[in-house]
Design a protein around this ligand. Structure first.
Ligand code: LMR
Length: 312
C-alpha cells in the first residue's frame, strides 16, 4: 500500500494525473490511500469535494481511501509519495522562472511540512520552475535537519523527453529510440542521445531543439493555458520507471552530485538509469564534445540564476 499525496489537486493537471494513479497505470500492484491538497479557497474546496465524490463513483479497485486537505502538514502525514503539482501556472509571455517568486513561498512551506511524511518519502515536483522548486524543498529539509535523502527529491523533465521523442517521430517519420534531457525544464534545456543515427538527425537541427525548448509556451499560446494530460502522463512515466525500473535511459531532474560538471546540489535533469525498487543512478560515461559541453554550461548558468534567487 502507498499513501500518495497530490498537491494542487483541484487543478487540471492533477485531475488528469489522479485517474492514472488510481486505475493502476502507475503502481499496478499497490493499493493507494489518496491525500488531496489544495489551497483554502472556496472554489478549490468545492472542487476537492466534487473530485472526492467522483473518485468514489469510479470505484477504482486499487483505491482504498480518499482524504481532502488545505493544510500540507495534514496532507503529507505518513505519505510514501508526494506529487507536487500545485503552483501558480505560467501565462502567455512568461518564462517558467517568472513563477519563482510566487511559487517559492509554497515550496518553502511544503518543504517544512515534509517532516510529517515518512522519512523515505519520494517527491516529484511538477509545478514550475520545477527544478528549482525541488531544490527549495531539498534545502529547507536540510536546513531543518530532516533526514529525507537527497535522492528522494526529483523534478519532471520526462515531459521534455516524451515531447522530444514524440516530435522526433512526427518530424522524421521514424520511431525514436532514446532521447534524454540535460539541465532545466526551461528554454535552455538540451536534448541528447547515445543513438548515432538519431544524433545525426538532431545534432545540428536547431529547429528541433527550439521546438522542444518552447513546446510548453507553444501550448499556452495555442490554447491559452498550459499543458495538462501530457504533463500528467509524463509524471506517470517518471514515477513508474523510478519505482519499477526501465531498460532505457530516462530523464529525471535530480540533485546533482557534480557529475558532468553540473555543480553539486543544483537540481538538474540528467540521463538516468532506473534500476527498480525506487533506485536510480546517473548514467556515467556519456561522451560530450565541446559543442555539447557548451550547451550544458548554458543549462547550468540558467539553473544557477534561478538558484541565486531562492531564500530558505
Ligand atoms: C509544460 O512544459 O508544458 C509545463 O511545464 C507548463 C509550462 O509552463 O510550460
Amino acid at each position: 500500500m502507498y499513501k500518495v499525496c497530490v498537491t494542487g489537486a483541484a487543478g487540471r493537471v492533477a485531475q488528469s494525473f489522479i485517474p492514472l494513479l488510481c486505475n493502476g497505470s502507475i503502481f499496478p500492484d499497490k493499493k493507494i490511500t489518496l491525500s488531496l491538497l489544495d489551497i483554502n479557497n472556496e472554489p478549490q474546496i468545492r472542487e476537492l469535494n466534487g473530485l472526492k465524490l467522483e473518485l468514489i463513483d469510479c470505484n477504482y479497485p486499487n483505491l482504498l481511501s480518499i482524504s481532502t486537505h488545505t493544510d500540507p502538514n495534514e496532507a503529507f502525514k505518513d505519505c510514501d509519495i508526494i506529487v507536487f503539482i500545485g503552483g501558480f501556472p505560467r501565462k502567455p509571455g512568461m518564462e517558467r522562472k517568472d513563477l519563482l517568486k510566487i511559487n517559492s513561498k509554497i515550496f518553502s512551506e511544503q518543504g517544512l511540512a515534509l517532516k510529517n511524511a515518512k522519512e523515505d518519502v519520494k517527491c516529484l515536483v511538477v509545478a514550475n520552475p520545477c527544478n528549482t522548486n525541488a531544490k527549495i524543498m531539498y534545502e529547507v529539509c536540510k536546513k531543518n535537519g530532516l533526514k529525507i535523502k537527497k535522492e528522494n527529491f526529483t523534478s519532471l523533465s520526462r515531459l521534455d523527453q516524451d515531447r522530444a521523442e514524440g516530435i522526433y517521430k512526427e518530424m522524421y517519420k521514424k520511431d525514436s529510440a532514446n532521447i534524454f534531457i540535460w539541465g532545466n525544464h526551461s528554454s535552455s534545456l538540451f536534448i541528447d542521445t547515445i543513438d548515432e543515427s538519431i544524433n545525426k538527425d538532431i545534432e545540428n537541427n536547431q529547429n528541433f531543439l527550439e521546438k522542444i525548448q518552447k513546446r510548453g509556451a507553444e501550448i499556452i499560446n495555442v490554447r491559452g493555458s498550459s499543458s495538462t494530460f501530457s504533463a500528467a502522463n509524463a509524471a506517470k512515466n517518471h514515477l513508474r520507471d523510478w519505482c519499477y525500473g526501465n531498460e532505457k535511459i530516462v530523464s529525471m531532474g535530480v540533485v546533482s552530485n557534480g557529475d558532468y560538471d553540473i555543480p553539486k546540489e543544483l537540481v538538474s535533469s540528467f540521463p538516468i538509469k532506473c534500476i527498480g525498487d525506487w533506485k536510480y543512478e546517473v548514467v556515467k560515461g556519456i561522451e560530450l564534445d565541446d559543442g555539447k559541453k557548451e550547451k550544458i554550461k548554458k543549462c547550468v548558468e540558467d539553473l544557477e540564476g534561478e538558484a541565486s534567487e531562492i531564500v530558505v
